[in-house]
Write a protein that binds this ligand. Structure first.
Ligand code: NAD
Ligand code: ZN
Ligand code: ZN
Length: 376
């Protein structure tokens, strides 16, 4: 390819500062360094975590940045030391790496990996690690991925090679939202057949959690959202009951407790609100109820509950990327989708050209979409 070994000039949506619309700019994408892969992004979803960084996270240092972490594309070129990938491979970049060697990767108990980009500083890579430049300035990469760019550079331990016949404008959602919610139910909560579940927040993550509860054999799945427009979609994924907290004067945990004769067996928080996290825990049944936190809460917020809630046998857990070990699991989930055992198309409510990315953000903020997919 004519671009191999050269800096690529391409379009990207740059977030210059917090709380401002993204700007489509021409950026320069460096060649892949040792162990890195340069990927041509074909399609990307917009996740609430992108919105969170721009509007809710209040991290003034995390800019300028190229957001996006739910993409799919084709390998353009590889850096020195990369042997498992070649130009032309179909891939999904991953915000959780799987090096296969660290103490986390060696443990079956977790999908965290200590070799990844995540260095604790506001979801962005440090300036020396980023391969983007715009107008002479280093532009940061988000969650090790940055899929809101025509080309991006990702470490090989954070790339999944997938079936080349998979449609990239849908399987891109396996880069975050669908795996996150589905895995939270099946891997982290370990939902049991015949159980009663409650899912708080019916965005893509919550709906995928509903789908996970359904696939695990839950007999009752209570879908909770302030936006009643989401209930119709929740039915598609297997929800059996629908509750809008605004329709009730008493706290939602009590509403659910009454509906279920003492509480649900499993609850999943897919909103990112510490009050909802507490309600989700307290809606669980005494003795065995398990609540999983998936949502990302606003900066500085803390969770609380009375210790008695846990002393009497409830369990509080959390999960990133649905507990999936990323490199090995994403190709399998793509296969599940290709074999029609996993719904993905149903999450896509809007498809827009990349240039309309700000409209995608507006749709999500207004609660008018499940997932917007941007095509390059
Ligand atoms: N842990 C992870 O790995 C991970 C990965 C992806 C996303 N997330 C987080 O998961 C959350 C959901 O992401 P999404 O993309 O589905 O978001 P979304 O904005 O599409 O959906 C959120 C839903 O929550 C509903 N909601 C808001 N307040 C509520 C309340 N008080 N009670 C009930 N419902 C309420 C909204 O109406 C909306 O339907 C976000 O916090 C996101 O940052 C976490
Ligand atoms: Zn996400
Ligand atoms: Zn590792």
């Amino acid at each position: 390819m004519a671009t191999v070994g050269k800096v690529i000039k391409c379009k990207a949506a740059v977030a210059w500062e917090a709380n401002k619309p993204l700007v489509i700019e021409e950026i320069e994408v460096d060649v892949p360094h040792v162990n890195e892969i340069r990927i041509k992004i074909i399609a990307t979803g917009v996740c609430h975590t992108d919105l969170y960084h721009l509007f809710e996270g209040k991290h003034k240092e995390g800019f300028p940045v190229v957001l996006g972490h739910e993409g799919a594309g084709i390998v353009e070129s590889v850096g020195p030391g990369v042997t498992e990938f070649q130009p032309g491979d179909t891939v999904i970049p991953l915000f959780i790496s799987q090096c296969g060697e660290c103490r986390f990767c060696q443990s079956p108990k977790t999908n965290q990996c200590e070799k990844g980009w995540a260095n604790g500083s506001h979801d962005v890579m440090s300036p020396p690690e980023t391969r983007f430049t715009c107008k002479g300035k280093k532009v940061l990469q988000f969650m090790g991925t940055s899929t809101f760019s025509q080309y991006t550079v990702v470490n090989q331990i954070a790339v999944a090679k997938i079936d080349p016949s998979a449609p990239l404008d849908t399987v891109c959602l396996l880069g975050c939202g669908v795996c996150t919610g589905f895995g939270a139910a099946v891997n982290t909560a370990k939902v049991e057949p015949g159980s009663t579940c409650a899912v708080f927040g019916l965005g893509a993550v919550g709906l995928a959690a509903v789908m996970g509860c359904h696939s695990a054999g839950a007999k009752r799945i209570i879908a909770v959202d302030l936006n009643p427009d989401k209930f119709e979609k929740a039915k598609v994924f297997g929800a059996t009951d629908f509750v809008n907290p605004n329709d009730h004067s008493e706290p939602i945990s009590q509403v659910l407790s009454k509906m279920t004769n003492g509480g649900v067996d499993f609850s999943l928080e897919c909103v990112g609100n510490v009050g909802v996290m507490r309600a989700a825990l307290e809606a669980c049944h005494k003795g065995w109820g398990t609540s999983v936190i998936i949502g990302v809460a606003a900066a500085g917020q803390e969770i609380s509950t009375r210790p008695f809630q846990l002393v009497t046998g409830r369990t509080w857990k959390g999960t990133a990327f649905g507990g999936y070990k990323s490199v090995e699991s994403v190709p399998k989930l793509v296969e599940e989708y290709m074999n029609k055992r996993l719904k993905v198309d149903e999450f896509v409510t809007h498809t827009l050209p990349f240039e309309k990315i700000d409209d995608g953000f507006d749709l999500m903020r207004a609660g008018k979409c499940i997932r917007v997919v941007l095509n390059y």
